[in-house]
Ligand binder design. Sequence first.
Ligand code: F6R
Length: 612
Amino acid sequence: MCGIIGYIGHRDAWPIVTRGLKKMEYRGYDSAGIAIVNDVGFNLYKKAGKVSSLEQFTDGKDKSGKIAIGHTRWATHGEPSDCNSHPHSSNDKRLHIIHNGIIENYAVLKETLLTRGHQFDSDTDTEVLIHLIEEIQNMEQTDLLEAVRLALNEVIGAYAIVILDRGNPDQLIAARKGSPLVIGIGADEHFIASDVTPIVEYVKNVIYLNDNEIALIKTNQLSIKQRNNVVQTPLVHELELKLEELEKGGFDDFMLKEIFEQPRSLIDCMRGRIYPKEGKVELGGIKHYADKLTQIDRIIIVACGTSWHAGLVGEYLIEKFAQVSVEVEYASEFRYRHPIIRKDDLLIAISQSGETADTIAAIEIAKNKGATIFGICNVVGASIPRSTDAGVYTHAGPEIGVASTKAFTTQVAILTLIAFYIAQQKGILAPAELTVLLNELNSIPSKIQRVLAENEHIKDIAFEIKDAKSCLYLGRGSGFPVALEGALKLKEISYIHAEGYPAAEMKHGPIALIDEEMPVIFIATKNSSYEKVISNIREVKARKGKIIAIVTEGDIHVKEIADYYIEIPDTDEAFMPLIATVPLQLLAYHMATIRGCNVDQPRNLAKSVTVE
Ligand code: F6R
């Protein structure tokens, strides 16, 4: 949802900023721009398209300077075009801004500014903000920092901004509310970015700017204050991220790399948390709530997209093992209903990025009603883990591909551990029972490895159904959220319409869609609803649907009827989603790549959705 980067220091800023923007293209990639200052002047370059288009456009032009700001955009206000690209400039073209977020009251502000003679070059809300800052600075005859502070007090919405003043090129000003911003601290240099991916190669120490903070950043000076003028002492974090984690590591795409990383990410996610021999689960992040968890009788899970699917799997697991009632809500719907939230409820927010605007808003609502809030997030230091009472990181490592893969499986693993943890604290699961379950859970990474070895077979199936106009994914029990996730993966990266449905519900409508053109993907592993799923498969077969089945190794019955099948290792029913999702990720991946789609950057999508 837009990536922003700024640099001030002793190095050439252009390569740092362009390289950084490319690394952040997963946040948005419909246009890009850079403003850069050098001793003799200033240059502003903007272009619709990817960062590579901007590079071509600036080939041979002056790109020198030690201070610059850059932006890669995911359009919210105004179509992707050269003039709507950031940076945007003030009326007198002295101030320049990059922005991630939305200024909700931009229309009102713009009307006032128009009456004061301002002229606008774009359709964006961002341009209004920089004009407002300019107007306030001129009216109040104040320095830029104070003008930014006063302007932000008038703004409704979300923002991470960096401002460059070409007349005062020894400083940058940055501020955030609702959108992430991190400042990297080097020796006589500073980096500012939406996340750490573009700066990890230069610095070890970072500061995560908090909501309502404004930073004045010079080469060798950094001061932070709140919007109400209270000076802040910045908390410096040491980065643990390794540079290799941000590279493709020999794979064609980040998505494929991340699918193949799942055995490793699950091991990392469970390390230090499960003790099979002792029959024990330890979750340091929520241990202070161990007693409280024994009293909880209602859990509300809020999330969006793939994380919401993980929540649905969590519902099965928590209700089954911990015997607590669970409701799973789309954060975007939850926040605008009048949800009944009690003080003794537990709300679990699931988010890979930790920055999803709707999920953050849902947390705020539950917080105001006094509920306990846990987060399950991947990005360390993101907004959600910083705004919850407690939580558990998934430790999946950076997920760069826009389509979530390893985030999903690690989220499901954490929900499994939370279910076991509550059951253990309540005495529902005895250590001996947990030993059996944890031993099996421990074997999941190697079982996923066996599924990954089927990659070529899955690619062959993808080739057979690549021209489908639409696909149906069916499953029962926790196979239903797996079906939803499989369908989401396919539609978002291949642009083929796909629907996930509970297999038994098929007869209540979707069965009308089935003909010989329609691939139907069944989650038909051996579990408590196996026989019933077979009946559903027969119903599809009778209507000439093309059947692709995910089956348990050694299955005979489904194999007989399916047109194509993918075998996965047998496991406890509770852990099936962790394994069965993987072939569906690969199927979607291959269908998309065979059709020539860019799987890492699917059209219209952005990795973190920081606007509602
Ligand atoms: C799908 C996908 C999205 C995200 C959703 C929530 O592959 O990636 O549906 O799951 O935007 O994002 P997070 O988990 O960052 O809150």
